[in-house]
Design a protein around this ligand. Structure first.
Ligand SMILES: C[S@@+](CC[C@H](N)C(=O)[O-])C[C@H]1O[C@@H](n2cnc3c(N)ncnc32)[C@H](O)[C@@H]1O
Length: 355
């Protein structure tokens, strides 16, 4: 979720990095972190492409409750792009990242982060080697037992180094491409240049994972339908979509509401009244959208958010977005289900706070 204004005036935000709330971190990022690693493992050795269509600023300003001082604090952590790089660091051969961000300020911040990652890498904490010396009971001779290598992958450049570890910088072997364009103006080129080929070395076609995370509406015809069409022709196209109910809800009240609906659903303006005649509740808006996606993807499931959330219209302000996984691959689906269970266990007791 994008927070336009901090709700609490105590929060001091100095940078112009995109701000995210704690609940976003717990749901959206928690899911991405788990999914990227596993998706990358199961799709190798094919060429893999991760496309972050609304890339943001690289780092994000996470606003969280500081329970000790009973006020809100903030810290810079990795956003979706840097998490994608971090979570695929160990298997990065034959992998490509495509990051798209049209806002000038955001693009410059993103570029700055990516340049650091390209030149220096990401910090990884490696456990200092401690060899254990012991005496063999059989020979009474001294023996040395080497400790296994152990690393921690921190999710921020600034994470404090734990004692007994050293800080290394690890580079990804993946290509990272960044475009300062609107996704609608460049998606055809991305598909044509990077997704529709057969790798000469492996004789395999690329697997792609689109992460679509607009801070608001995204056009069906210009963006979503193109990814959907690709998925129905090209096996191994997955999409994680942040479907923003908040934006639809806000815009419905405006004069331009109908044209926004027309854009989001790709339905001609003149048909909007008829198509949305009996639709008032969020579940129905959501269902209509999911039904459209299901025409192209075998599985369209909600992930990264609790299943037992009550979807009542009165609570619509409360549920601002839905993270959807769209895939034709049943192993990606079970992978997602497994990750959601893990997140649930981790966050047990916090469900009603999420989003
Ligand atoms: C919610 S933020 C992305 C956050 C990022 N995915 C993350 O989690 O770190 C949405 C971003 O989309 C960008 N954006 C807005 N319109 C866009 C468009 N037409 N194409 C691509 N990006 C766009 C905004 O400038 C903003 O940086």
């Amino acid at each position: 979720m994008c927070l336009n204004k901090p709700k609490n005036s105590n929060v001091q935000i100095k940078s112009t990095y995109i701000r995210v709330g704690e609940n976003t971190n717990n749901s959206k990022y928690e899911f991405l972190k788990l999914f990227y690693t596993k998706w990358n493992q199961i799709t190798k050795p094919s060429p893999r492409v991760i496309i972050d269509t609304h890339a943001g600023t690289g780092l994000v300003n996470l606003v969280f409750k500081n329970y000790l001082f009973k006020k809100k604090s903030n810290k810079l952590v990795y956003g979706s792009t840097l998490l994608a790089i971090l979570k695929t660091l160990k298997i990065s051969n034959n992998l490509k990242f495509i990051f798209v961000e049209p806002d000038n300020n955001n693009f410059l911040l993103l570029k700055k982060c990516i340049n650091i990652v390209k030149k220096k890498g990401l910090p990884v904490f490696e456990k200092l080697e401690q060899n254990f010396v012991y005496k063999s009971l059989q020979t009474n001779r001294k023996r040395i037992k080497k400790q296994e290598k152990e690393s921690i992958f921190p999710e921020s450049f600034n994470t404090h180094l734990p004692s007994g570890y050293k800080r290394n910088w690890e580079k990804t072997k993946a290509d990272i491409l960044i475009f300062d364009k609107k996704i609608g103006s460049i998606i055809d080129k991305i598909i044509k240049d990077y997704l529709l080929f057969t790798d000469e070395k492996t004789n395999l076609k690329p697997k792609s994972l689109f992460f679509v995370d607009p801070c608001g509406a995204v056009a069906w015809n210009d963006v979503i339908k193109k990814i959907c069409t690709l998925s129905s022709k090209h096996e191994g196209t997955d999409m994680i979509l942040n479907w923003s109910w908040g934006t639809i809800n806000r815009n419905l009240k405006l004069r331009s509401g109908k044209s926004i609906l027309s854009k989001i659903y790709g339905i001609p303006l003149e048909n909007i009244n008829k198509e949305f005649e009996d639709i008032y509740e969020m579940e129905d808006f959501f269902k209509k959208y999911k039904d459209q996606l299901k025409q192209y993807f075998k599985f369209v499931v909600e992930v990264g958010v609790p299943k037992d959330r009550r979807l009542r219209p009165k609570l619509s302000g409360y549920k601002k977005y839905f993270l959807l996984l769209c895939t034709n691959n049943s192993s990606a689906l079970s992978l997602a289900g497994y990750q959601v269970e893990k997140i649930k266990t981790k966050l047990r007791g916090k469900f009603l706070d999420m989003n």
